[in-house]
Design a protein around this ligand. Sequence first.
Ligand code: FES
Ligand code: FES
Length: 161
Amino acid sequence: MTKVTMTINGKAVSGEVEGRTLLATFLREDLRLTGTHIGCDTSQCGACVVHVDGKAVKSCTMFAAEADGADVATIEGQVNEDGSLSTIQAAFQEHHGLQCGFCTPGMVMSAAALLKDNPKPSEAEIREYLEGNICRCTGYHNIIKSIMAASGQDLPAVAAE
Ligand code: FES
Ligand code: FES
């Protein structure tokens, strides 16, 4: 077992992990941060996306030990300080960017990473960025619409109602 220490959503956290323990497993099973979902475990679906040192990462593709010393953000840390939904989360709610909600934590974390680097992405840029996030309810139009709205842009015609 190896001791790991990291900052998660602004709080210092430590734990003991095996070399094979995935970051996703550490978050969900050791820390009970179950907002990070595991939809495939094979690096395809993006339900497990978190931020590690400010970059969107599929937490099923990273060992917990590799995140030792890192600054990690999960969906639990996305709400505003007063507990209200973040701009992105509120836009997903308003524009029906979720159906069953399974992909939503990963979608929101990917969207947050995108908007940090590119505050006004085009529809094509959003679609390309979300290539690694799968929605099995196929709610893509409303997800794009939500991210466009969160970035303060007009909604794309293809997603307009
Ligand atoms: Fe990580 Fe699917 S669970 S990409
Ligand atoms: Fe169901 Fe995306 S809302 S998987």
